[in-house]
Write a protein that binds this ligand. Structure first.
Ligand SMILES: [Zn+2]
Length: 59
């Protein structure tokens, strides 16, 4: 069993997490990865900012 997410996998989960509730295992793995990976942390911030902007535009 692979313990850690690759960046590709982590970013996929981050994107999916914007549209659906993540499972406990997914959240734990993602948190672990983000604690060690700056670029995915940045990616998550960008996605959330983008998401907020989209929500504002749609209202
Ligand atoms: Zn990463």
């Amino acid at each position: 069993m692979r313990l850690l997410y690759t960046c590709k996998k982590a970013q996929q989960i981050i994107s999916e997490g914007l549209d659906r509730e993540l499972g406990l295992a997914e959240r734990v793995h993602l948190k672990l990865h983000l604690s060690m990976c700056r670029s995915c942390t940045n990616f998550k911030g960008q996605m959330q900012t983008l998401r907020l902007a989209m929500k504002k535009l749609s209202k």
